[in-house]
Design a protein around this ligand. Structure first.
Ligand code: OGA
Ligand code: MN
Length: 295
C-alpha cells in the first residue's frame, strides 16, 4: 500500500490513509510519516484498531519512549495501564469512571487547558500519539493550535520582544489556575518548575513557533502578574479559530501531533461515562534552554 495524505481544512493537519498500524512500518514508511509530521504537525489516522503494544511499536519509529514518571499524582501501583502508554482516560484501575471529586480526576481535568505535552519536564516531549479506544457520548473533542502560524502572525515588535524570553513551567501552575493547589512534599519536589524558551526553532525546517502551555506560570525577569498577562495575551492570540483544528473523535482514530509546534486541549465531556484514550509519548532529545532553573 502507498501512503496518501490529504490536507484537512486547516493547513497544518493531514489525514493519512494507506497504512495499517497493526503492522511494523518499513523504514521508508517511517521516514515518510516523520517528514509529514514536520510538514503538517498533526496527522489523523482512521480505523486503527490497535493494541497497546502495536501503538507503542508505531511510536518508537520516531524516537525513544518518554518515561511517564513525574507527570502525574497517580502512584505507579494505581496505574490502569501497564503497557507503558500514558492513561489519558477518565477511568480508574477498576475500569470505571473515576469519582467526579477524586483527586486523580480533578488533576486530570488540567488537560482541558491548552498545553504542550511535558513542557513541565526539562526535556519536553517530541510527538504524542493518542488512540481512541472508547469515545465519550458527549463532548471530548480535542483541539489543536498551530504555533508556527501563530508565531508568524505576530507583529515584528512582539517577535523582537519575546525572542529570548524564558518561562518557568510546572504542573502546579496549570493545575493551580483551576484551583488545584494542594500537594504533598513529594509532589512539590516532583513538580518543581523547569525553564523553557518562549520561542523555539524546529530542528528540521527551522521555522519558529511560540512555545506556550498552561504549565507556563512565570516569565524569567518579569513580575508574576506582568509575565502572566503577557502569556495570557499570547495564548489568546495563538488560539484564535484561524489557528485551531477541532478533532471530533471516532472509535479507533489515532491522532499524532508534534508538541514542538502545536498546543492542544480536550473539551469538557460527560464524566459519568467512560472515555478511554491512550497515549504513546515520544521523548524529546534536548532541553529548549541551555541551563535549568537554579536550585
Ligand atoms: C494528551 C491530552 C487530550 C485528550 O493525551 O496529551 O492532552 O483528548 N489528551 O484526551
Ligand atoms: Mn496533552
Amino acid at each position: 500500500m502507498t501512503i496518501a495524505i490529504r490536507q484537512l481544512q486547516k493547513h497544518f493537519v493531514g489525514e493519512v490513509s494507506g497504512l495499517d498500524l497493526r503492522k511494523p512500518l518499513t523504514e521508508a514508511e517511517a521516514r515518510e510519516v516523520e517528514a509529514a509530521m514536520d510538514k503538517y504537525a498533526v496527522l489523523v489516522f482512521h480505523d486503527q484498531d490497535i493494541t497497546d503494544e502495536q501503538q507503542m511499536a508505531f511510536a518508537l519509529n520516531f524516537g525513544q519512549r518518554e518515561d511517564a514518571r513525574g507527570g502525574n499524582i497517580t502512584k505507579a501501583n494505581e496505574y490502569r495501564l501497564t503497557s507503558g502508554l500514558n492513561d489519558v482516560s477518565n477511568l480508574g484501575k477498576d475500569g470505571k469512571p473515576l469519582p467526579k471529586d477524586s483527586r486523580a480526576n480533578l488533576f486530570n481535568l488540567g488537560n482541558c487547558l491548552w498545553h504542550s505535552d511535558s513542557s513541565f519536564r526539562p526535556i519536553p516531549a517530541k510527538f504524542s500519539l493518542l488512540s481512541a479506544r472508547v469515545v465519550n457520548p458527549k463532548g471530548g473533542n480535542t483541539e489543536f493550535a498551530d504555533m508556527r502560524a501563530a508565531y508568524d502572525a505576530l507583529d515584528d515588535e512582539t517577535k523582537a520582544e519575546i525572542e529570548d524570553l524564558v518561562c518557568e513551567h510546572s504542573l502546579m501552575y496549570s493545575r493551580g489556575s483551576l484551583g488545584f493547589t494542594e500537594y504533598t512534599d513529594e509532589e512539590k519536589a516532583m513538580f518543581k518548575p523547569v525553564l523553557q524558551r518562549l520561542v523555539r526553532t524546529h530542528p528540521v525546517h527551522r521555522r519558529k513557533s511560540l512555545y506556550l502551555s498552561s504549565h507556563a506560570g512565570k516569565i524569567v525577569g518579569m513580575s508574576m502578574p506582568e509575565g502572566r498577562l503577557m502569556l495570557r495575551d499570547l495564548n489568546e492570540h495563538a488560539t484564535q479559530p484561524e489557528f485551531v483544528y477541532v478533532h471530533k473523535w471516532k472509535l479507533h482514530d489515532l491522532v499524532m501531533w508534534d508538541n514542538r509546534q502545536t498546543m492542544h486541549r480536550v473539551r469538557r465531556y460527560d464524566q459519568s461515562q467512560p472515555r478511554d484514550m491512550r497515549r504513546a509519548t515520544v521523548a524529546g532529545t534536548e532541553p529548549t534552554v541551555q541551563q535549568q532553573a537554579a536550585e
